[in-house]
Design a protein around this ligand. Structure first.
Ligand code: ACO
Length: 474
């Protein structure tokens, strides 16, 4: 672990304890569940039962992560999510997902240093700052930002025909004032480096940029800087430079608020980033892989992931949960609200999952962490929201939980953690993307190494043999 992260862990033992307790509870409750299925080597083609929405379909083999829905297990590259949350950091987990093994000290230091350097995306931010962000959904802005980042570090285009990435983005930026260190909010201006970035020595000639691990790191860092900048610009404030003495999670918070986070805040964000980093063949990962499988590039692929994540049935649910709790208003209204919602067959946001038919391990961690942060620093409003959420969870457990194995998912408590940390609702889903970009990029690298374009079929239920009728006869 890097020195910065060691300090963060040492000062947040309470949080480690909460995670270890959640792990113990999970192991005790799920040990009797069936052993994992669908693991190990298979020989293509395989037979499996497929439902609408490709339910049950197996699209590829992977070593990156595994979700056992019956047991409520989540594994990244062989490591249990509880262990990673208790002992690791987002930087280490991102390395693990991309490289397949935990880094040694030198590898981690190098990875962190590079990630920190990639937090500087002044050219992209300059364009983003010109967007009418107040009128734009932050996820739309993030998606746009991901595509804009493609200007740098991409060599997919024909070598001789493409303009130099430097000349394409340095056209008029030399006139922007230079500032090497952040000088506080009022003076925060991005440094536009004059030094030209060299193509890394190990870049393969004619290599597709999706195979370039630097692009993955560029995107992992960039999502963080973009999200922080989008938040600030929407508040009529300027983006600020990252602080090299902070971890990735710490910098994300710092770049959003302009204040150095407390060790607890830094650790909470770090745990949340670890928890959201990967999750099997979910909708956004699949969307990113579909785009990558056409040999489009990794920036467009991540853009597709962001678009899919935005939906309220997927990552967008974290924001919807808070709206739902606001609508309920207080714990005493839960029963009446739930009965009415059930009679209208309304979905309860933050509950249910295609894969988990057991308690989502991510919610097992985020639930107690929401308790921890809300009791420590939550506003009166955050406390009411959390009390309402806990009452609603009990209600759902005795109804949908019993009947249909519907439990809270990752989105149920994540927003409540962010709420108590003072993060605005419309930034919850972008925060999901800040983390999931590690899983998207790792899976893209893995998939395109043995690429086969995604091309499922649809069952035609339309008619045949219709006679064309001329327009004037219809
Ligand atoms: N509230 C009430 N009932 C539900 C819920 C819910 N949240 N989720 C599923 N059900 C019910 C369905 O109505 C269905 O009932 P039926 O069999 O009587 O028709 C049954 O449970 C099975 O539901 P499906 O739609 O088949 O489940 P599916 O796997 O397709 O959907 C999904 C999963 C989309 C996540 C769903 O549970 C849902 O809409 N949840 C709310 C939104 C949400 O929290 N999304 C975040 C998921 S986590 C993530 O993506 C990061």
């Amino acid at each position: 672990m890097s020195k910065i992260c060691e300090r963060m862990h040492a000062e947040t033992e309470d949080i480690t304890k909460i995670i270890l307790q959640a792990a113990e509870k999970a192991r005790a409750e799920t040990s009797s569940e069936p052993e994992p299925g669908l693991t190990g080597k298979i020989k293509w083609p395989i037979e499996c039962t497929v439902g609408p929405g490709l339910e049950g379909a197996i699209a590829c083999s992977t070593k990156i992560g595994y979700v056992n829905g019956a047991k409520g297990w989540l594994i990244y590259q062989g490591y249990d999510i509880f262990d990673l949350c208790a002992h690791s950091t987002f930087e280490e987990v991102s390395y693990l997902l991309l490289h397949g093994h935990l880094p040694n000290k030198e590898q981690l230091d190098e990875f962190c240093a590079k990630l920190r350097s990639f937090l500087h995306i002044p050219h992209t931010l300059r364009t983003v700052m010109n967007l009418p962000l107040e009128q734009l959904n932050p996820m739309a802005a993030l998606r746009f930002g991901a595509n804009l980042m493609r200007q740098r570090l991409t060599w997919r285009d024909n070598e001789s025909a493409r303009p130099s990435p430097e000349s394409a983005i340095y056209t008029d930026e030399d006139s922007i004032p230079m500032e090497t260190k952040p000088m506080g909010e009022e003076h925060a201006i991005y440094e536009f480096r004059k030094k030209k970035r060299q193509r890394p020595k190990d870049a393969r000639k004619n290599a597709d940029d999706a195979s370039d691990i630097e692009s993955c790191m560029h995107l992992i860092a960039g999502m963080s800087s973009l999200t922080a900048a989008i938040k600030r610009i929407r508040e009529d404030r300027l983006p600020i430079e990252p602080d090299p003495t902070l971890s990735h999670a710490g910098n994300l918070l710092y770049m959003m608020s302009g204040k150095r986070p407390s060790p607890e805040e830094e650790r909470l964000m770090d745990v949340s980033l670890i928890l959201h980093a990967d999750h099997g063949m979910n909708a956004s990962t699949f969307a990113a892989l579909v785009v990558a499988s056409t040999m489009s590039d990794i920036y467009f692929s991540v853009g597709a992931g962001i678009a899919a994540l935005n939906g309220p049935l997927h990552g967008g649910a974290n924001e919807q949960v808070i709206k739902l709790l606001e609508e309920i208003g207080s714990p005493k209204n839960v029963d009446v609200w739930f009965d009415k919602a059930a009679s209208e067959k309304r979905r309860v946001m933050g509950f249910g999952h295609r894969v988990y038919k057991a308690y989502d391990p991510r919610a097992r961690i985020l639930g107690p962490l929401a308790d921890y942060v809300t009791s420590k620093s939550g506003s009166k409003r955050a406390k009411t929201l959390l009390a309402t959420a806990k009452k609603l969870e009990k209600k759902v457990a005795t109804t949908l939980g019993k009947e249909k194995k519907i439990f809270p998912n990752v989105d149920y408590y994540s927003g409540l953690v962010y709420e108590s940390m003072g993060i605005p609702q419309d930034i919850f889903t972008p925060l999901f993307a800040v983390s999931r970009v590690s899983g998207w990029t790792a899976r893209i690298l893995e998939y395109i190494a043995y690429n086969r374009i995604f091309r499922p079929r649809a069952l035609y239920v339309g008619e045949f043999d219709k006679k064309y009728v001329a327009l004037n006869k219809r």
